[in-house]
Design a protein around this ligand. Structure first.
Ligand SMILES: Nc1nc2c(ncn2[C@@H]2O[C@H](COP(=O)(O)OP(=O)(O)OP(=O)(O)O)[C@@H](O)[C@H]2O)c(=O)[nH]1
Length: 715
């Protein structure tokens, strides 16, 4: 059976979707927006509770009035509805149980609902998440801001993940991604290369501010967005055709990712890229490429998840939206319904007293296109879009590819200045002299001013879409900027790969690469964990802050290592050891795991690493592991363990650590090691042996033995 959507239920109940959503949220039921499909059970509960609210007592009244209702033409109630009502009665009787059952899941999602109700918050729908870009580390407060929830909501999620931070502390991007996911938001990390590019641009002042008196008005840059199949492509085609016949410019538009049209001698530039990209990857350093967003909504289908997503993107970018209500030629087209749905998404049409321009169009019949274009020009006029055409050009790479014959080709949307053939340009690590320029009709041009898209030839390599392109004065500057960008990208990537370790902590603190030492503590008992936590927290210096991001009791597990890796932390174990999985993952993820048997040694070690006083002189190396498969009691009272060596070797003169559930039970020497009746110096992996421990007899089947040696290392 088709699931009922929120707006459908709202209609059925005769209330607005907004009011209904509020009610639903107050019932702890998860919905993202009015398009959300409701579980049958939820829909029934909502219906029954709302009717109860309205009528006082649904059970008595509703059924007394059934005959009346059936007659009442305003409330057409079918047999199915009566059956439904009977079910509702049962439902109400069972309601408390049901509510109880569902509460857990709803509580889990409650924050999601809360975030939804906020203004300007990015609403998401299953599978259609809004993508927000962040830097690699982010302060909890800023993350909360970005995704539109309160810091405490973030903190509580973090606690759930075992990460203890306050709102002013920063968390690693990987953790931020996990947290944001819980709110239905997808985070992407700003690429290192982009950040570097920005810093180089700043350093060379490539994108300087213009004097207001040098600014001239420029054409608007428009992006078309909307739900799949609502007619974005058709609308763009219709616009192209309309403008071609209008301006008699001739020629067929080439696909270069952007094109300009002429309407009554005024120009509009359309970005012909998938809507979202214009707002995410194309949003170089917050400088918005798009001036106006056209939201295409099919009149026969209405506001859909991707429509909402598009609205949110445009709103987040503070770009004005013009709604093109498309497919008006269809008999099922219903403008009022679309407008109602727009209102529910905080876009109130002008003719309904709001400030959102809506234009009914038919891309198929080419109707309403001119009105739409006029509206774009009107909005552009209000925006007073300006740029200085007389300066070194700055533009955005819209598309780029390698052409076998022509070499790297890049579509550049010039935003400032004028790009000319022969100009020296740079974009990231690509640079070169502009050999030739083609416009969107494939015609060679010599110049391209603000809001003009052109394809350029002559770059040394294919640049990244979304990167900025700058005109520079000479080849030397271009070459050195490109080289710098390359180097910085390499260095940044290497740094990103490098995990925190006590070994080079001091050097990296000095270089300013590490400002927080994140630590995960695992200990055998709570008391030790707390003691260690308090002591380590006091190791803060002016240069580095120690953050205990997680503390727990028990052995070091794979999930501790994953958390450490994600939050760039070291793991400190007190009287506990990592299990085999954890060891493997730690190796792979390059997580520094340190284990201690004495608290002050742990403190001293970390303090020394922070202050660069000395590197640890004695390090231990695990040489093998064995499991205890049986135990035998000798007449003298000592216990011999029947062991099986799992990996490496167990040596007679080595040290042994006895682990039970990854907790260190004993550490000491070997008193005897025998293969059958004979003494053995060492027993290798895959063999069985009998082993006794020095002064220790409480060995149990299932215990794990770790053999290690202590090694002296040079400072
Ligand atoms: N009747 C009618 N059909 C239209 C109109 N505009 C588009 N269509 C049809 O709707 C379908 C989708 O149109 P597209 O232009 O491909 O839609 P889109 O939004 O670009 O789709 P995606 O690129 O897949 O997201 C096609 O079959 C079009 O022919 C219109 O104004 N009227």
């Amino acid at each position: 059976m088709k699931k009922i959507r929120v707006y459908e239920l709202a209609r059925e109940l005769g209330i607005s979707s907004k009011d209904l959503i509020e009610k639903i949220v107050s019932l702890d039921i998860t919905v993202s927006n009015h398009m959300s499909a409701l579980e049958d059970e939820d829909a029934r509960i909502i219906k029954s509770l709302l009717s109860e609210e309205e009528e006082g007592n649904i059970v008595g009244e509703k059924f007394d009035d059934i005959d009346e209702n059936i007659k009442d033409s305003n409330k057409i109630i079918s047999k199915r509805d009566v059956e439904e009502d009977e079910k509702i009665v049962k439902e109400i009787e069972n309601r408390d149980n049901t509510k109880q059952r569902n509460k857990k899941q709803r509580n889990k999602n409650k924050v999601k609902n809360n975030s939804m109700s906020k203004e300007n918050t990015i609403i998401s729908k299953e599978g259609n998440e809004v993508v927000i870009e962040i830097e690699d580390n982010i302060i909890v407060k800023d993350l909360a801001d970005k995704i539109g929830v309160s810091p405490s909501q973030i903190i509580s999620k973090l606690i759930g993940l075992g990460v203890m931070v306050n709102q002013n502390q920063s968390i690693d991007s990987d953790i931020a991604i996990i947290v944001a996911e819980e709110f239905g938001i997808e985070l992407t990390i700003k690429e290192a290369s982009k950040k570097i590019q920005e810093s180089i641009e700043d350093e060379f002042n490539l994108d300087y501010e213009d004097n207001p008196e040098d600014l001239k008005s420029r054409a608007p840059i428009v992006t078309v967005m909307g739900h799949v199949d609502h007619g974005k492509t058709s609308l763009l085609d219709a616009i192209k055709e309309t403008s071609v016949t209008k301006s008699e410019a001739g020629g067929i538009t080439q696909h270069i990712g952007a094109y300009a049209v002429n309407i009554n001698n005024r120009k509009i530039c359309f970005l012909d890229t998938p809507g979202h990209e214009a707002f995410t990857s194309m949003r170089a350093r917050g400088a918005q490429v798009t001036d106006i967003a056209i939201l295409v909504v099919a009149a026969d289908d209405g506001v859909m998840p991707q429509t909402i997503e598009a609205i949110n993107h445009a709103k987040a970018a503070k770009v004005p939206i013009i709604v093109a209500i498309n497919k008006m030629d269809k008999p099922t087209a219903n403008v009022d319904r679309i407008k109602q749905e727009l209102v529910e998404n905080a876009l109130v049409p002008e003719d309904w007293g709001g400030d959102t321009i809506t234009v009914p169009v038919s891309a198929k019949n080419r109707q309403g296109i001119e009105e739409l274009l006029e509206m774009i020009l009107l909005v552009a006029e209000i925006q007073e879009l300006k740029a200085n055409p007389n300066r070194n050009a700055v533009g955005t790479i819209v598309e780029a590819q390698l052409d076998k014959g022509k070499g790297p080709l890049a579509t550049v949307l010039v935003q400032k200045g004028t790009l000319e053939v022969g100009d020296m340009v740079i974009s990231g690590s690509a640079f070169g002299r502009v050999r030739a320029m083609l416009d969107d009709k494939g015609k060679r041009v010599k110049k391209a001013g603000p809001s003009t898209p052109v394809v350029i030839l002559g770059l040394s390599e294919v640049p990244n879409a979304g990167d900025l392109l700058y005109e520079v004065d000479d080849e030397k500057t271009a070459r050195s900027l490109a080289e710098k960008s390359k180097e910085a990208t390499r260095a940044e990537q290497m740094k990103a790969d490098q995990k925190v370790s006590l070994d080079d902590l001091f050097e990296r603190i000095k270089l300013g690469e590490i400002k927080d030492l994140n630590i995960i503590i695992k200990a055998d008992v709570r008391g030790s964990m707390e003691a260690l936590k308090q002591s380590l927290e006091k190791l803060d210096t002016d240069e580095v802050k120690t953050n205990i991001i997680h503390g727990g009791v028990g052995g070091i597990t794979e999930s501790d290592i994953i958390l450490a890796s994600a939050s760039n932390a070291i793991v400190v174990g007190f009287n506990v050891r990592p299990n085999l999985n954890a060891i493997e993952v730690a190796k792979r993820e390059k997580v520094d795991v340190r284990t201690y048997r004495v608290i002050y040694e742990a403190i001293e070690d970390i303090q020394a690493a922070i202050k660069g006083m000395h590197a640890p002189k004695i390090v231990e190396e695990v040489i093998g592991r064995a499991e205890v498969r049986a135990t035998f009691r000798l007449p003298n009272g000592s216990t011999i363990a029947g062991i099986y060596v799992l990996d490496g070797k167990i040596a007679r003169n080595g040290k042994i650590r006895l682990l039970r559930n990854d907790i260190v039970i004993f550490e000491g020497g070997v008193s005897s090691l025998k293969r059958f009746k004979d003494d053995a110096r060492e027993v290798l992996s895959g063999y069985e042996a009998g082993l006794g421990l020095e002064n220790y007899n409480d060995i149990k089947e299932g215990d794990l033995l770790e053999a290690y040696v202590l090694k002296e290392v040079e400072k």
